[in-house]
Design a protein around this ligand. Sequence first.
Ligand SMILES: NC(=O)c1ccc[n+]([C@@H]2O[C@H](COP(=O)([O-])OP(=O)(O)OC[C@H]3O[C@@H](n4cnc5c(N)ncnc54)[C@H](OP(=O)(O)O)[C@@H]3O)[C@@H](O)[C@H]2O)c1
Length: 288
Amino acid sequence: MKGKIVVITGANSGIGKATALALAKKGATIYMICRNRRRGEMARQDIMAESKNPNIELMLCDLSSMGSIKEFGFTIRDRLDHIDVLINNAGAMFGSRLLSLDGIELTLALNHIGYFLNTHYLLDLVRKGTDKRIINVASVGHKSVKNVNFNDLQNKINYKQLKVYCETKLYNIYFTQLLAEKLKPEGITVNCLHPGVVSTNFGNSGTWYFKIMLPIGRAFMIAPEKGAETSIFLASSPKVKGITGKYFDKKVETKPSRLAQNEKYAKKIWDITMNLTGVQEFGQVVES
Ligand SMILES: NC(=O)c1ccc[n+]([C@@H]2O[C@H](COP(=O)([O-])OP(=O)(O)OC[C@H]3O[C@@H](n4cnc5c(N)ncnc54)[C@H](OP(=O)(O)O)[C@@H]3O)[C@@H](O)[C@H]2O)c1
């Protein structure tokens, strides 16, 4: 990974931070994309000190806001001439139904649209990279989703935090599969993964009940360093060179749920997301 440029969203905490640290130790130049300068800078200092790698950069973006993603996209396009590996990792679950700045249900905005739009703006840079890998952190939680309610994708009725979160993780898999197919001719690979059940800050924005249960649950969770292993594997291993459109768990290619293999639904979610974001042609950024 020496000299490779890796962009990781949500790199100041949990799985993202552990992934950034491990890849920094392998010699990669890391671009940490975080929403908060103080938290991002603290993590950057930790990663530089522990990895002894000075090439750790911090850039700010609120990945739940389309305007912020666009602004960040243009800023990084001015700064970099390529990206070797893009890791869409930032995600969360919310205890009550909140709206993003764009008026979209916040879990959908951050976990799904955030991955989609961030990739749209960065794709030209990935095209110019040598490794050309895109990695989306999904979750085994997608398996709990039994159907997609296209009439209420933003969960206006009967909001349930875990259900809504798991739906967005299903959409991460749909996005991975369709994008992989589209980018195959260009030699860009796109894969997704379940990191395990990992003791991170995940859940801190959940309901009070969830927050009370978290400390008990932590006894059964793996450490972020372990939870980052599949992201690190997909970002750096020669074993996955050329493999695309797949879902991994514990560094092994695994079948996602049957629903996650529904191509019609994947296409429908793609089209709806194109509409919501106003993207005309995915990966073709119009300078304005
Ligand atoms: N932990 C698990 O067991 C588990 C299991 C399956 C999948 N996952 C997935 O793993 C990924 C990483 O989660 P984690 O467990 O490492 O949780 P985490 O410790 O809470 O890390 C989440 C990261 O996302 C960032 N983030 C949240 N909202 C953001 C926004 N609006 N804009 C930019 N960044 C934002 C957070 O920044 P702040 O620090 O500023 O909040 C943090 O850096 C998520 O996609 C999650 O769905 C986790």
